[in-house]
Design a protein. Sequence first.
Length: 387
Amino acid sequence: MNFDFTAEQKQFAETVRRFTREQLAPGALKRAHDPRFPFDVAELMAKQGLMGITLPESDGGQGGTLMDAVIAIEQVAAECPRSADVVQFGNFGPIRTFAEYGTETQKSRWLSELLAGRMVMSLGMTERDAGSALTDLKTSARADGTHYVLNNSKVFSTFSPDAQIFLVYVRFGPGPSGIGSVLIERGTPGFSIGSPSAFVSDEEWCELHFKDCRIPGENVLLGPGGFKKQMAGFNVERLGNTARSLACGRYAFNAARDYAAKREQFGRPLCEFQGLQWKFADMAIKLDGAQLLLYRAAANADRGLPSAYETAVAKAACNQAGFEVASEAVQIMGALGYSRETLVEYCMRRTRGWMIAGGSIEMLKNRIAEHVFDRRFDQRKRVAAAE
Ligand SMILES: Cc1cc2nc3c(=O)[nH]c(=O)nc-3n(C[C@H](O)[C@H](O)[C@H](O)COP(=O)(O)OP(=O)(O)OC[C@H]3O[C@@H](n4cnc5c(N)ncnc54)[C@H](O)[C@@H]3O)c2cc1C
């Protein structure tokens, strides 16, 4: 067993880091406080070969591995945490499921614009009454000749204020097997986008409304029965959130470490107080442990999709580690850490969201428990058998 990167991985990491330091680090603070999608960064990343890292070259990707994409997120976040969202979008987000299951016609229409960073895609999954219980979703896709007619609404979709194309989970029929997904362009008649609301992170999202919205059959990504495939693809998205959680935790850790080495109180640098040294030791243990779980899930997936169990373990560990470390870094840096003059408070706010998004920590733990006991635990209320 080898816990080190290969020579190629080290070289790739160094190249990404140099690019990020030169091109993105200078605007990192300002960029973090801009709620909209940074298209300028996306275009730069496309030129640098950081979009579609895991996609085959025949699809316009780089033919790399999931581990390469994780390395890219880590190196970008180390200099500009907000820009890591672009690595997420271009490699882990709905674009990955789209590229995996899309038809050649669908891909030729949208994939090259997405990979060029000129267009962003948003995922419409959650509804007001269907969050963790995703299979309760009600957005219907009723067949009407060669078209489908969509009704209902979606909430909380990341990048929705800027997206041109939406990957939307819909219901073609009853039950989980009736769920699939469709692709819908902004501007389609019957599809309206509400005004932006903000998360704690300042990122914005809009409610998506479908009112007798007609789309052609060729816009179906996964038909009825596609839910399992959809969730398999979604494990990649989860790993992106996992990697960003850890990377933001590490960013905050490094900032607090540099601060504690220099900042003096009572005539001594903060790092000489044992109360703070032990905080750093605990933070290092959390980050290093979570990182190994992330690397296991990514390395085992190689060029395929990661396992549901390894993804759940990695995401729960990195979500917790990232937030706890970022929060502790704020504490160590005192009022400066709590102010918007540094990115440490930003890392704390961002990591908090990933404990909820893309499978909350509780739902991941439910999944892990199923693996432990090797049986399924139905979360739904039991219906009493008829007398
Ligand atoms: C930053 C951010 C980005 C997001 N981006 C997107 C996006 O791009 N697209 C999209 O469609 N959605 C997105 N979401 C929504 C996200 O998918 C949902 O928030 C998530 O599925 C949880 O649903 P909910 O918020 O309705 O919480 P609920 O499902 O109402 O859960 C509330 C609480 O109860 C817990 N809980 C629920 N059921 C159980 C159970 N069986 N066992 C134990 N605990 C349980 C949950 O863990 C949570 O703590 C985003 C959310 C956030 C915060």
